[in-house]
Design a protein around this ligand. Structure first.
Ligand code: AMP
Length: 622
């Protein structure tokens, strides 16, 4: 097994040695880096000023989509058409983001289903994968313009805690941007690589090392404890806070100034310009205080100031919260601070001197902070990319799966269980259920390949899980596990968890397929990424519509006595409209029909539930 490199233009397998981009796809900012004369460098914007591309998209009039700094400028002016923090939504279902809807200034569709989230902008629906692909495309262009040559391969970093769905979503985004994603790398691993930790050639690289990577950005905090041995990085534990970062430092200064100026907090929301002005001034103050002892400015004609020691007092509780997370991470890893050999600092907010000293104090050793904390992850990604390109001969390349492995789900869609380029041996699984009431058998068809529809992939085998006890659709829990051993043999095991019914098969995925055929399959998947995504989107929308039509009809039957004639008529009309929409080929039209039906029936469903509960409780004393 090996990494497959392909030339997108010619379709040839390429020999190692070409440029592979290292990409840090961040929540707030994204960066791209590559190796130049043996050292990693980040690509700066056209003005040559900053390597940071704000991870923000603005949907301007017409079909224009702006990515980056200019999009960020639109955040206040047109929040509904400006998308930020899309990374927080990658691979997430509606259930996962429940309760956080207010955080997003734009519309996150909040259906009551387990399907993946979509974002509504104007009259179109986008998935986080499509939106992330737009950011990746911009980064791809940035590095291509710099090098004056096409760049078609990349390594992309993700947080260590990202699950399979989130990693797969990141891969899909890369593919959609026209990139062959050679590997998904953990951000802390990349940061360590940037400092040369765990690289061959490092003096004690054969010995076991344990490191902590402290990553404090604009809006999130992550701490990861990694163990490194023979160039292999293992994540021992992760911890953090998804809503803690430099933005909170800014807010602490804003609150302090409001109090100093005796201004009511309400003014921040009532007068958006004022809110924006004071927040920007607070951020400038914070940045200045990283290298100066005090800061002075004026807001609305009034002088404001702050000293470094006041600022340090203000943020002390926030810094303490990060240290509490560090303590929890160490506890989960089962070690104390004395076992940590190195501490690496990542993220713009680690420029604050008191953060650095607090972390050094906590771990009892100096921290690694020489590199630009904003760039360190992208730099490490470029090094990992260079290793994969074969330019660092002494590095061991682990055995990996050359093509993704998965099963067929409703509508002929490929559901990837073990993604391409996963290290082997590996094991992954997912739970499925039935789609028909009383369903007794479930056919499990195993496929290999990168396309969204199984008909374009390679079938490896199939079996039928027979004798599922009769249950309503959606109730059985069928756990499917893929176990790929070190010899490349795949065991697919299916088990119905309620009845313990189980069955399995063994397959050798690489049997009878040449490297050339694999390369062609990969090339096809990237060439067809856009059309595959469109078909997948349409099939998923149709599946969602079909589920909703079933439950809508059941709802009408069960609540005949509770609903008024007018309510029944409107529900019927909306069901009919959805039925018609689902026959068409436009996923946005289907989603709009789903939205309209949900908007109308949600209050009815609540009422019906209240009545049912009241009836059930009648005559009963609590
Ligand atoms: P990141 O998400 O890693 O790009 O980090 C961005 C955060 O770092 C923002 O909250 C910035 O305000 C903050 N930041 C950038 N430069 C400095 C600095 N010199 N001092 C303190 N914070 C900074």
């Amino acid at each position: 097994m090996a990494t497959i490199s392909i030339n997108l233009k010619e379709g040839d397998i390429e020999r190692p040695g070409e440029v592979i981009a290292g990409i840090d796809l961040g929540t707030t900012n994204s960066l791209v880096a590559y190796m130049k004369d043996g050292a990693p460098v980040c690509v700066k914007d056209e003005a040559g000023k900053s390597a940071l591309l704000p991870s923000v998209l603005h949907f301007a009039s017409g079909d224009t989509i702006i990515v980056g700094e200019h999009a960020r400028e639109q955040l206040i002016k047109s929040p509904a058409d400006t998308i930020y923090s899309v990374k927080r939504l990658m691979g997430k279902s509606y259930q996962d983001v429940r309760g956080f809807e207010d955080f997003f200034g734009y519309k996150v569709i909040d259906d009551d289903t387990e399907s993946l989230v979509k974002i509504r902008v104007k009259d179109r629906f986008y998935t986080p994968v499509e939106l992330s692909a737009m950011i990746l495309k911009e980064l791809k262009e940035r590095v291509e313009n710099r090098l004056n040559q096409p760049v078609t391969k990349a390594v992309i970093t993700v947080p260590a805690y990202f699950n399979d769905n989130q990693r797969q979503a990141t891969r899909d985004a890369g593919k959609l941007a026209g990139l062959d994603v050679l590997r998904i790398v953990n951000e802390p691993t990349a940061a360590a690589l940037a400092y040369g930790i765990g690289r061959p050639g490092e003096q004690d690289s054969h010995e076991q090392e344990t490191i902590a990577v402290y990553d404090l950005g604009g809006g999130t905090f992550d701490i990861s404890i990694l163990q490194i041995e023979n160039g292999i990085f293992e994540v021992l534990s992760t911890n953090g806070d998804t809503f803690l970062g430099g933005d909170d430092f800014d807010q602490a200064i804003v609150n302090y100034w409001l109090e100093e100026l005796s201004i009511d907090k309400k003014l921040l929301t009532e007068e958006k310009d004022f809110g924006q002005e004071i927040r920007l001034a607070a951020e400038s103050a914070k940045k200045a205080l990283s290298s100066h002892e005090s800061y002075k400015s004026a807001i609305k004609g009034s002088a404001v100031s702050i000293t470094r020691s006041t600022f340090e007092d203000l943020i002390a509780p926030l810094v303490q919260r990060t240290l509490d997370c560090c303590r929890n991470a160490l506890r989960d890893a089962g070690i104390g601070t004395e076992k940590i050999d190195k501490v690496v600092m990542v993220g713009g907010s680690t420029r604050v001197p008191v953060v650095r000293s607090a972390v050094a104090g906590f771990f009892g050793k100096p921290v690694f902070d020489d590199l630009d904390p904003d760039e360190v992850v992208a730099l490490g990604a470029a090094i990992q990319a260079d290793i994969l390109a074969g330019n660092q001969q002494d590095l061991l390349l682990l055995d990996i799966t050359p093509l993704s492995l998965g099963i067929e789900t409703i509508g002929g869609l490929m559901d990837v269980i073990i993604p391409r380029n996963s290290k082997i041996p590996t094991k992954a699984g997912r739970q499925y259920t039935t789609s028909v009431d009383g369903q007794k058998n479930l056919k499990i068809s195993v496929f290999q390949g990168e396309r969204d529809l199984v008909e374009h992939n390679r079938k490896l085998g199939e079996f039928i899980l027979r004798g599922i006890p009769p249950m309503p659709a959606g109730l059985p829990k069928i756990d499917i596990q893929f176990i790929l051993n070190a010899d490349g043999i795949l065991t697919v095991r299916a088990r119905e968890l309620r009845s313990d019914l189980a069955q399995e098969i063994e397959i050798r995925p690489t049997y009878g397929i040449s490297e050339e055929q694999m390369a062609t399959m990969l090339l096809d998947s990237i060439k067809n990424a856009q059309s595959d995504m469109t078909v997948r989107g349409l099939l998923e929308a149709r599946n969602e519509a079909s589920n909703l039509l079933n439950s809508g009809e059941k709802f009408l039957k069960q609540n005949d006595g509770i609903l008024s004639e007018a309510e029944k008529a409107t529900t019927n009309a909306l069901l009919k409209a959805l039925h018609e929409a689902a026959k068409g080929d436009d996923k946005d039209v289907i989603h709009r029909a789903i939205d309209e039906l949900n908007d109308f029936t949600s209050p009815l469903a609540h009422r019906a539930m209240d009545v049912t509960i009241r009836d059930a409780m009648k005559g009963k004393k609590v």
